[in-house]
Unconditional design. Structure first.
Length: 344
């Protein structure tokens, strides 16, 4: 792609999110979301492949429907309240419609159908953008309107998302689809805690972005698109393979790693609000996700690919890519648990 066009598209992508993050008017927020959607479409379809075209079509139709629903809900709210202020959300039908619209934009179950298919049809770098940067604007709107949203609806969608994310990832062999279902499960945890403790939701979002960025950076660095590709990782870079094992355990939420922090705080908050049964179900649903993280870990760090020579290490050149970002995010994804008292 032309460098000027690339910089223009990436600038539009950033600008769309910033407009939504800083707006208090529904029309401005909608414009930011639309700019965001229109900017990412050329990035998805860049590889000129039938799968890329299919992914672009699915993404566009889903996001357009969600944007239309969001605009309709804000219009209903403005008609009943007389204001376009985002924080003045009082109309109940508008609240439910807004929840559905933002859930569709994020990929929360049962409106998650587009996310695995779109990620499968894109490159790893584009999948990284969709699962991280594209979540910021809808999450910001959910955060701004959380006082007016129906807690039962969000709790139901959150629980459903954690189970769908866990069950859906069990039989996958494509790393992009596995990361899509991982994203759905993490979003479910965020939706569950949103109305109870928005600050913990923000913490969960930051750590999710950190760990997902780390995992996609590893996949990009090793060019691994399937689980089978991961079997050669150990012979290419033993150190990276060992660190990725720790990263996957952190994504699964095992102590004493970073990923345990948001799950611990969420379960503690739910229990303190007399919701122990909900906390138990959420903790059990995390086991489903942990299973496919363990599957990836086993394939990546504990198995060797079949080889016709006696050499354990594969012939390799020095990596040409810089690993500064990767090493930084990997360390943060594993070692932030001691900072938990700051958020209690």
């Amino acid at each position: 792609m032309n460098p000027i066009m690339t910089s223009l598209i990436l600038s539009s992508l950033a600008l769309g999110t910033v407009i939504t993050l800083t707006s208090f008017h529904w029309l401005l927020a909608w414009i930011g979301l639309e700019l965001n959607t229109l900017a990412i479409i050329p990035i998805i379809t860049k590889q000129h492949h039938p799968r890329g075209t299919e992914a672009t079509t699915k993404y566009f139709l889903t996001q357009a429907a969600a944007s239309a629903m969001l605009l309709f809900s804000s219009t209903i709210n403005a008609w009943s309240t007389g204001t376009w202020d985002i924080t003045q959300l009082t109309s109940q039908p508008a609240c439910i419609m807004l929840t559905m619209a933002l859930s569709m934009k994020l990929g929360l179950a049962p409106l998650h159908f587009w996310l695995p298919e779109v990620l499968q049809g894109t490159s790893l770098k584009t999948a990284l953008i969709i699962t991280t940067w594209q979540k910021l604007a809808p999450m910001a709107l959910l955060f701004l309107t959380q006082h007016a949203l129906n807690p039962t609806t969000l709790l139901t969608m959150g629980l459903l998302s954690t189970f769908v994310g866990g069950w859906g990832g069990l039989n996958q062999t494509q790393t992009r689809k596995i990361m899509a279902f991982s994203s759905i499960a993490h979003l479910g945890w965020m939706a569950t805690i949103l109305t109870i403790s928005p600050t913990i939701m923000i913490l969960n979002l930051v750590l999710y972005l950190l760990m997902t960025t780390s995992m996609f950076t590893v996949l990009i660095f090793t060019t691994s698109k399937t689980i089978k590709d991961l079997t050669t990782t150990w012979t290419i870079s033993p150190t990276l393979s060992s660190l990725t094992l720790i990263l996957l355990m952190s994504l699964g939420g095992l102590p004493p790693l970073t990923g345990f922090m948001p799950k611990w705080l969420i379960l503690q908050e739910l229990t303190s609000h007399n919701l122990p049964s909900l906390a138990t179900i959420l903790a059990l649903s995390a086991l489903l996700s942990l299973f496919f993280y363990l599957r990836l870990s086993y394939t990546m760090a504990l198995t060797l690919p079949p080889t016709t020579t006696q050499n354990q290490l594969k012939w390799r050149f020095c990596p040409k890519q810089k690993t500064t970002v990767l090493s930084t995010t990997l360390v943060l994804s594993a070692l932030l648990l001691p900072t938990t008292p700051l958020f209690l």
